[in-house]
Design a binder for this molecule. Structure first.
Ligand code: CA2
Length: 144
Protein backbone atom coordinates (compact mmCIF):
# COMPACT_ATOMS: atom_id res chain seq x y z
CA UNK A 1 0.00 0.00 0.00
CA UNK A 2 1.47 3.31 -1.07
CA UNK A 3 0.17 6.82 -0.44
CA UNK A 4 1.37 9.99 -2.14
CA UNK A 5 1.20 13.18 -0.04
CA UNK A 6 1.29 16.20 -2.34
CA UNK A 7 1.75 19.80 -1.26
CA UNK A 8 1.56 22.82 -3.52
CA UNK A 9 2.98 26.33 -3.53
CA UNK A 10 4.32 27.97 -0.38
CA UNK A 11 3.50 25.05 1.88
CA UNK A 12 7.26 24.55 2.32
CA UNK A 13 7.14 27.85 4.24
CA UNK A 14 4.77 26.59 6.92
CA UNK A 15 5.54 27.91 10.37
CA UNK A 16 7.41 31.04 9.30
CA UNK A 17 4.47 33.42 8.64
CA UNK A 18 0.75 33.67 9.39
CA UNK A 19 0.76 31.21 12.32
CA UNK A 20 -2.73 32.46 13.22
CA UNK A 21 -3.97 30.92 9.95
CA UNK A 22 -1.63 27.98 9.29
CA UNK A 23 -0.25 27.24 12.76
CA UNK A 24 3.34 27.34 13.98
CA UNK A 25 4.46 23.89 12.85
CA UNK A 26 6.90 23.62 9.94
CA UNK A 27 6.79 21.61 6.73
CA UNK A 28 9.48 19.35 8.22
CA UNK A 29 7.18 18.64 11.16
CA UNK A 30 4.38 17.80 8.75
CA UNK A 31 6.70 15.37 6.91
CA UNK A 32 7.71 13.71 10.16
CA UNK A 33 4.10 13.34 11.31
CA UNK A 34 3.06 11.82 7.97
CA UNK A 35 6.04 9.42 7.97
CA UNK A 36 5.40 8.39 11.59
CA UNK A 37 1.74 7.67 10.88
CA UNK A 38 2.60 5.73 7.74
CA UNK A 39 5.14 3.65 9.67
CA UNK A 40 2.60 2.97 12.43
CA UNK A 41 0.11 1.80 9.81
CA UNK A 42 2.66 -0.24 7.88
CA UNK A 43 2.21 1.66 4.63
CA UNK A 44 4.56 3.55 2.36
CA UNK A 45 4.19 7.33 2.15
CA UNK A 46 5.93 9.48 -0.43
CA UNK A 47 5.96 13.22 0.26
CA UNK A 48 6.35 15.78 -2.50
CA UNK A 49 6.11 19.57 -2.46
CA UNK A 50 6.39 21.90 -5.42
CA UNK A 51 5.68 25.52 -6.18
CA UNK A 52 5.11 24.62 -9.84
CA UNK A 53 1.77 23.48 -11.22
CA UNK A 54 3.27 21.34 -13.99
CA UNK A 55 5.52 19.50 -11.53
CA UNK A 56 2.44 18.59 -9.49
CA UNK A 57 0.69 17.40 -12.65
CA UNK A 58 3.76 15.28 -13.51
CA UNK A 59 3.80 13.77 -10.02
CA UNK A 60 0.10 12.84 -10.21
CA UNK A 61 0.64 11.26 -13.64
CA UNK A 62 3.68 9.32 -12.34
CA UNK A 63 1.50 7.86 -9.56
CA UNK A 64 -0.60 5.98 -12.12
CA UNK A 65 -0.27 2.24 -11.58
CA UNK A 66 1.92 2.39 -8.47
CA UNK A 67 0.00 4.42 -5.87
CA UNK A 68 -3.13 3.50 -3.93
CA UNK A 69 -4.17 6.91 -2.64
CA UNK A 70 -3.32 10.60 -2.90
CA UNK A 71 -3.53 13.25 -0.20
CA UNK A 72 -3.36 16.65 -1.84
CA UNK A 73 -3.09 20.17 -0.51
CA UNK A 74 -2.65 22.07 -3.75
CA UNK A 75 -2.40 25.41 -1.92
CA UNK A 76 -3.53 28.31 -4.08
CA UNK A 77 -3.76 26.03 -7.15
CA UNK A 78 -6.82 24.56 -5.46
CA UNK A 79 -8.72 27.64 -6.57
CA UNK A 80 -7.32 27.94 -10.10
CA UNK A 81 -6.11 24.66 -11.54
CA UNK A 82 -8.18 22.74 -14.03
CA UNK A 83 -4.90 20.98 -14.97
CA UNK A 84 -4.64 19.41 -11.52
CA UNK A 85 -8.32 18.47 -11.61
CA UNK A 86 -7.81 16.77 -14.98
CA UNK A 87 -4.69 14.94 -13.78
CA UNK A 88 -6.51 13.56 -10.72
CA UNK A 89 -9.43 12.48 -12.89
CA UNK A 90 -7.11 10.91 -15.44
CA UNK A 91 -5.23 8.66 -13.01
CA UNK A 92 -8.44 7.81 -11.12
CA UNK A 93 -6.60 7.15 -7.86
CA UNK A 94 -8.68 7.79 -4.69
CA UNK A 95 -7.72 11.28 -3.51
CA UNK A 96 -8.49 13.35 -0.43
CA UNK A 97 -8.16 17.13 -0.51
CA UNK A 98 -6.67 18.74 2.60
CA UNK A 99 -6.56 22.36 3.72
CA UNK A 100 -4.88 23.41 6.92
CA UNK A 101 -7.15 26.41 7.33
CA UNK A 102 -10.94 26.39 7.29
CA UNK A 103 -11.69 27.60 3.77
CA UNK A 104 -15.37 28.13 4.55
CA UNK A 105 -14.38 30.98 6.89
CA UNK A 106 -11.99 32.72 4.47
CA UNK A 107 -12.11 34.98 1.41
CA UNK A 108 -14.65 34.51 -1.37
CA UNK A 109 -11.89 33.55 -3.83
CA UNK A 110 -10.97 30.58 -1.63
CA UNK A 111 -14.52 29.15 -1.65
CA UNK A 112 -14.13 27.46 -5.03
CA UNK A 113 -12.07 24.27 -5.19
CA UNK A 114 -11.54 22.84 -8.65
CA UNK A 115 -10.01 19.72 -7.11
CA UNK A 116 -12.99 18.81 -4.95
CA UNK A 117 -14.77 17.20 -7.90
CA UNK A 118 -11.97 14.63 -8.24
CA UNK A 119 -11.67 13.85 -4.51
CA UNK A 120 -13.58 11.38 -2.34
CA UNK A 121 -13.45 13.82 0.61
CA UNK A 122 -12.21 17.22 1.75
CA UNK A 123 -10.66 17.88 5.16
CA UNK A 124 -10.45 21.60 5.90
CA UNK A 125 -9.58 23.52 9.04
CA UNK A 126 -8.02 20.73 11.09
CA UNK A 127 -4.44 21.96 10.84
CA UNK A 128 -1.76 19.34 10.25
CA UNK A 129 -4.04 16.70 11.80
CA UNK A 130 -6.02 16.97 8.57
CA UNK A 131 -3.26 15.14 6.69
CA UNK A 132 -3.44 12.23 9.13
CA UNK A 133 -7.23 12.21 8.87
CA UNK A 134 -6.94 12.13 5.09
CA UNK A 135 -4.52 9.18 5.24
CA UNK A 136 -6.91 7.36 7.58
CA UNK A 137 -9.80 8.05 5.21
CA UNK A 138 -7.85 6.44 2.37
CA UNK A 139 -6.76 3.48 4.49
CA UNK A 140 -9.92 2.83 6.49
CA UNK A 141 -12.70 4.81 4.86
CA UNK A 142 -13.13 6.81 8.06
CA UNK A 143 -11.21 9.26 10.27
CA UNK A 144 -9.41 8.05 13.42
O1 CA2 B 1 -5.42 26.12 4.12
C1 CA2 B 1 -4.68 25.59 3.30
O2 CA2 B 1 -4.05 24.56 3.51
C2 CA2 B 1 -4.45 26.28 1.94
O3 CA2 B 1 -4.41 25.27 0.95
C3 CA2 B 1 -3.11 26.99 2.04
C4 CA2 B 1 -2.77 27.82 0.81
C5 CA2 B 1 -3.93 28.73 0.43
O4 CA2 B 1 -3.64 29.39 -0.78
C6 CA2 B 1 -5.23 27.96 0.29
O5 CA2 B 1 -6.25 28.87 -0.02
C7 CA2 B 1 -5.55 27.25 1.58
C8 CA2 B 1 -1.56 28.72 1.05
C9 CA2 B 1 -0.40 28.09 1.73
C10 CA2 B 1 0.54 29.20 2.05
O6 CA2 B 1 1.27 28.83 3.18
C11 CA2 B 1 1.95 29.79 3.82
C12 CA2 B 1 2.98 29.35 4.58
C13 CA2 B 1 3.74 30.27 5.28
C14 CA2 B 1 3.45 31.62 5.21
C15 CA2 B 1 2.39 32.05 4.45
C16 CA2 B 1 1.65 31.13 3.74
Amino acid sequence: MKLLILNGPNLNLLGIREPEIYGAETYETLCRRVRDYAAARGVEAELYQSNHEGDLVDKIQAAYGNTDGIVINAGAYTHTSIALLDALKAVDIPAVEVHISDLSKREAFRQLSYLRAACIATVSGHGLDGYIEAMALLLDGKTP
